[in-house]
Design a binder for this molecule. Structure first.
Ligand code: PD2
Ligand code: ZN
Length: 306
C-alpha cells in the first residue's frame, strides 16, 4: 500500500533544517504530523513503511518511532473513549506466562486447570483444602441472611429476585482462617490484599440460582459514583467453591458458551479491564438441581477498598 507524502515534515526539512543531526534534536511532533501518522495507519500502511517514509523525510529514526508509538497509542485510547468505552484498568493476573500446571502460593500448591483469554478466565484446583472449606461454611452458617445485591439506583443494598441465595460478608482479615485465605489469594493473583472486598459466603438451597450479570458497577447507573468511592471499580472476581453440589450449580459464562463445575476447593477467576460487556464477563450461577451449593466470592477493586 503506497503512503501519501507527508508535506509537514518534508517542508520543514527542505526549507528550515537540512542537517539531519540538528534536525532530530529540534523535531517537534506537530498536530499535523500526528494527523498524518493516524491517516497512514488508518489506510493500513504497514508500520515499517510508515517509519521509512518518515526517515526519508528527514526524521531521526528514534524520534520517528517514538512519535508513531505515542501518536497511535493516544489515538487508540482516545477513540475507545469517543466510542463510549470506559478506560481500561490494570488487572490482577496470576503468573501464567510460562503456562505452569501448578503455582506455589507459599502455603499451598494450586493447580491451573483452564486458562482462557476472552473472557479472561482461569480455573484453579486445590486453592482451598477440604478442611478450610468446611471451616468457612461453619463460621458463615450462623450469620447467613437472604442475599442482597447492590441497589444500582442508590448505591445501597436490596433483596433481588435474580439471586435466590443467602449470604454474609466476612470483614477483611476478620479471623486467622480468613486472613490466611486472603493472603493466599493476594499472592496467587498478584494483587494487594487491601484491594479486595471482604470474602462473601453464599449458600444456594436446592433450586436456587444467580441469573447472569456483570460484577462491575454499571457506569450508567446513578448509584455507581457512591460505590466507586470505596476503592474504584471491581476489576476481577474469584469464586471459590466450598462444596460439590450433586447436580447443577456450575458457574456459567454465556458469552463463552461454557460452564465451570462447582468442585469443592476449586475456584474460578475472571477479570474485566473496563466496565463494559466487551469483556465478555457476563456470568451466572446455574440452578442447583440436587443438593446444595456453598461458595465464597472475593471481588477485587482497582484501589484500596475501605
Ligand atoms: O455462585 C456462582 O456461581 C456465582 C455466579 C455469579 C457467583 C457470583 N456470580 C458472584 O458471587 O458474583
Ligand atoms: Zn457475579
Amino acid at each position: 500500500m503506497p503512503y501519501r507524502r507527508n508535506p509537514h515534515t518534508t517542508d520543514h526539512n527542505s526549507h528550515h533544517n537540512r542537517s539531519a543531526q540538528n534536525h532530530s534534536a529540534t523535531q517537534a511532533v506537530t498536530p499535523q504530523l500526528r494527523d498524518w501518522i493516524v491517516a497512514q495507519a488508518q489506510a493500513n500502511v504497514p508500520a515499517p513503511t510508515l517509519l521509512q517514509a518518515m526517515c526519508d523525510a528527514g526524521w531521526d529514526e528514534n524520534v520517528a518511532l517514538d512519535a508513531m508509538d505515542t501518536t497511535l497509542r493516544e489515538h487508540l485510547a482516545h477513540t475507545a473513549h469517543q466510542e463510549g468505552l470506559p478506560r481500561a484498568s490494570a488487572l490482577p493476573q496470576p503468573a501464567l506466562q510460562h503456562s505452569p500446571a501448578r503455582i506455589d502460593v507459599g502455603d499451598r500448591t494450586v493447580e491451573v486447570l483452564v486458562s482462557m483469554a476472552l473472557p479472561r478466565l482461569v480455573v484453579f484446583g486445590n486453592l482451598l483444602s477440604g478442611e478450610e472449606c468446611d471451616a468457612l461454611i461453619e463460621a458463615a452458617a450462623p450469620r447467613m441472611a437472604r442475599s442482597l445485591t447492590v441497589a444500582t439506583d442508590t448505591g445501597g443494598q436490596e433483596v433481588n429476585a435474580d439471586r435466590t441465595s443467602a449470604g454474609m460478608f466476612f470483614a477483611r482479615s476478620e479471623n486467622p482462617l480468613v486472613q490466611r485465605i486472603e493472603a493466599r489469594i493476594a499472592r496467587l493473583l498478584d494483587w494487594p490484599l487491601d484491594h479486595g472486598e471482604g470474602l462473601q459466603v453464599l449458600h444456594y438451597p436446592p433450586g436456587a440460582e444467580y441469573k447472569p450479570h456483570y460484577d462491575y458497577f454499571d457506569p450508567a447507573e446513578p448509584g455507581t459514583p457512591t460505590l466507586l468511592r470505596r476503592g474504584g471499580q471491581r476489576v476481577a472476581t474469584l469464586i471459590l467453591y466450598l462444596n460439590t453440589p450433586e447436580a447443577g450449580g456450575g458457574t456459567v459464562f454465556p458469552d463463552a458458551h461454557m460452564q465451570v463445575a462447582a468442585q469443592r476447593g476449586n475456584a474460578v477467576f475472571f477479570s474485566y479491564d473496563r466496565p463494559h460487556p466487551d469483556t465478555r464477563s457476563l456470568h451466572g450461577g446455574a440452578p442447583v438441581l440436587q443438593g446444595e451449593k456453598w461458595i465464597a466470592t472475593k471481588w477485587l477493586r482497582e484501589r484500596t477498598f475501605t
